[in-house]
Design a protein around this ligand. Structure first.
Ligand SMILES: [Zn+2]
Ligand SMILES: [Zn+2]
Length: 112
């Protein structure tokens, strides 16, 4: 039985889309001075955000995208397209990469 390292698990999950219900839970804000995202354009389609346009703001990194753009992205990825920050809940990741007890090796007959 193969055991994945936490890095391997993260890499595999990053290539897996989020569930629709998870995507839907991400907050949507109308674009404006108060939205609190650094970008003025959508990194996915490179279109400028217009005032009042609905943008989805990722809670973990504050990157914003058009709702339709990020929804499409997240259907096949689980990380932010800008900074690759994983959007998966940590407990899910931690559960998949459950800590394994370190194997102890007895050194027998060591002479020197
Ligand atoms: Zn876009
Ligand atoms: Zn990000």
């Amino acid at each position: 039985m193969e055991i994945e390292s936490p890095e391997e698990v993260a890499a595999r999950l990053a290539e897996t889309g989020l569930k629709k219900r998870v995507i839907k839970r991400l907050p949507i804000s109308p674009y404006g001075p108060d939205v609190g995202i650094p970008a003025t354009e959508c990194p996915i389609c490179l279109g400028e955000f217009e005032d009042g346009e609905k943008v989805r703001v990722l809670p973990k990194c504050n990157h914003g995208f058009h709702v339709r753009c990020i929804d499409t992205w997240l259907s096949s990825h689980s990380s932010c397209p800008t900074c690759r920050h994983s959007l998966l809940d940590q407990p899910e990741l931690a559960g998949a990469a459950a800590a394994q007890p370190p194997a102890t090796q007895e050194v027998a007959g060591a002479g020197g």
